[in-house]
Ligand binder design. Structure first.
Ligand SMILES: Cc1cc2nc3c(=O)[nH]c(=O)nc-3n(C[C@H](O)[C@H](O)[C@H](O)COP(=O)(O)OP(=O)(O)OC[C@H]3O[C@@H](n4cnc5c(N)ncnc54)[C@H](O)[C@@H]3O)c2cc1C
Length: 523
């Protein structure tokens, strides 16, 4: 398959770990078109550092991985989905290794690292801190050997086409800037996360929640949107991007220190620096507040660790910090939390089916229920693999249901049109609103303010034409979904923390939020 076809058997929107793994599974059944809105190497997967979790070591057990995931999820994991994740995970990883993924080894033995809230050393990593990049490389290389798969870059999907309640194709702005449609038997949303909703984020520019927005507009159910994980430790330098300083650094023994240079995590949690991410992020916010600094931050300290070991284990982090004149083996690293991962997304069953026929979702864009209210570190690459493969398997059956039929019509609304002068300002406004009012610590007043200010933007974003205006409209919609769900959840749980409801309310809220159109309920 060369170039953009008018019809194909399967469309996979997204070329990260979930999309590529699904595509490989689908190839036995028919033609697979995989789309990426920029280069394949521009995705959350590419940036994943710390590793991928699986109970593969001699000292580990699947049941322990299950237990750790359930604890991190704070009561809201779907235990069945977690069971699938931890049981099928090892096999998916063995398969990755067979396809040429090089995880770090000591001689011939795989090396397992430790991360926050894991009770065993079970994190595989590659080239120290470039795990995602290595997995993506191997999956992409494998996909390229399969002639039924076509991976196209710079194809920007704008919406889903549906007939009689069934998704029959997608619309997009092509690499050439033209409006196009591709008909298919089934489509998979593997569009990744939505970190760009926030002023401070570890996610690359592509993470604008497009999949969730497209699915919601098409009438699909979205779930658990209020649960956004903030990574406690992102590099904080005025002019540098919020580069992630992996959890694995604390796993190797790094300390957190406030600006008085005191270690503070002991005050907040018995696991200290290895406490769950939401606890660490809130502890940092508190330390920043009580510092009364105008431009607050705290430090990550690795200076007591063996310098050669640190350099060898974290070559990418070491090199990136050096570019900013910070030698992590000698200097304290200024850090702040940043939006990192979206636990919610398009609601799916255990086979990646959404509530719309013909539409599937996998990876960070999906809400399978494996992460509950808070994701356990290094479980998301694994989720992409396990549930990408499952969605691919289930989608194969769709070919029997329908045959793709090209409509021959092209939508005249979307194209590369002139640059929209005010759009970057609007995006910045959304990011500031979300950071200030629907961030790490939430209040009713703040969330109400965010909702009304986001709604005010609707007329401005109602008829997107360029890629960037689509992204802005998707961010605004995703922001509203997060804020509405967060306002409705009158308790604190996992990554969702409200000052006005600091405790759990199991009676009312040991449930998933579910939004479809105007309706929002807990199920
Ligand atoms: C800095 C960082 C470090 C991380 N470290 C870890 C870690 O150590 N371990 C771990 O398990 N997880 C980690 N994560 C999380 C993990 O990387 C992601 O959750 C996971 O990679 C998501 O994979 P995905 O396939 O769902 O999406 P992605 O890898 O984000 O891929 C999304 C794809 O969708 C495409 N796309 C999006 N919108 C459109 C559109 N409109 N049209 C066409 N294409 C579109 C993009 O171009 C891209 O190809 C990290 C994340 C970040 C940002």
């Amino acid at each position: 398959m060369k170039g953009l076809p008018a019809e194909t058997d399967f469309v996979v929107i997204g070329a990260g770990v979930a999309g590529l793994r699904a595509a490989i599974e689908l190839v036995e059944a028919g033609r697979v078109l995989v789309l990426a809105k920029r280069e394949v190497t521009n995705s959350n997967t590419q940036y994943a550092q710390g590793g991928i979790a699986a109970a593969l070591s001699d000292e580990d057990e699947v049941t322990l991985h299950l237990q750790d995931t359930l604890i991190a999820g704070d009561g809201l994991c779907n235990p069945e989905a977690v069971k699938v994740l931890v049981e099928e995970g090892p096999e998916r990883i063995e398969e990755l290794i067979a396809w040429g993924t090089h995880f770090d080894r000591n001689g011939t033995k795989l090396v397992f690292g430790r991360e926050g809230a894991h009770s065993r050393n079970r994190i595989l990593h590659a080239q120290g801190d470039s795990t995602g990049r290595e997995i993506l490389r191997a999956l992409y290389a494998k996909a390229k050997t399969l002639k039924n798969i076509s991976v196209l870059e710079f194809e920007f999907s704008t919406g889903l086409e549906a007939q009689n309640g069934r998704v029959t194709g997608i619309s997009l702005i092509s690499e050439k800037g033209l409006p196009e449609e591709v008909a298919c038997s089934a489509a998979l949303l593997a569009t990744g996360g939505m970190g760009q909703l926030y002023r401070n984020t570890t996610n690359p520019d592509v993470a604008t929640g497009d999949g969730v927005a497209m699915a919601f507009r098409a009438g699909a159910e979205v779930s658990d949107m209020e649960f956004i994980q903030f990574h406690p430790t992102a590099l904080y330098l005025k002019k540098a991007p919020r580069f992630l300083l992996s959890e694995a650094l604390r796993g190797e023994g790094a300390y957190l220190r406030n600006i008085e240079l005191d270690r503070f995590m002991g005050k907040y949690h018995p696991m200290g620096e290895l406490a769950p991410r939401d606890v660490v992020a809130r502890a940092i916010v508190h330390e920043m507040e009580v510092s009364h600094a105008k431009d607050p931050f705290v430090y990550l300290d690795l200076t007591h660790l063996n310098a050669a070991k640190v350099q060898k284990r974290f070559p990418r982090i070491y090199a990136t910090c050096m570019q900013h004149n910070i030698d992590i083996t000698e200097d304290l690293i200024p850090i702040r939390p940043a939006a990192h991962y979206s636990m919610g997304g398009v609601r799916t069953d255990l086979e990646g089916r959404t509530s719309l026929a013909g539409l599937y979702a996998a990876g960070e864009a999906a809400a399978t229920g494996v992460h509950g209210a808070n994701r356990l570190a290094s479980n998301s690459l694994l989720e992409g693999l396990v549930y990408g493969a499952r969605a691919g398997k289930a989608m194969r059956a769709e070919l029997k249901e329908t045959k793709p039929k090209a409509s021959g019509q092209k939508k005249a609304t979307s194209q590369n049109g002139p640059v929209d002068a005010g759009i970057e300002e609007i995006i910045a406004q959304i990011q500031d609103l979300m950071w200030n009012d629907v961030g790490i610590v939430r209040t009713r007043k703040g969330m109400q303010n965010a909702i009304s200010r986001l709604e005010e933007l609707s007329p401005r974003l109602g008829h997107p034409k360029t890629r960037r205006t689509y992204e802005a409209a998707n961010l605004q919609l995703a922001g509203l979904l997060v804020a509405r769900s967060a306002l409705a959840r009158e308790e604190s749980r996992g990554a969702h923390y409200r000052i006005d409801y600091p405790g759990h309310d199991d009676k009312k809220f040991l449930k998933h939020s579910l939004v479809k159109g105007e309706s929002l309920k807990f199920v």
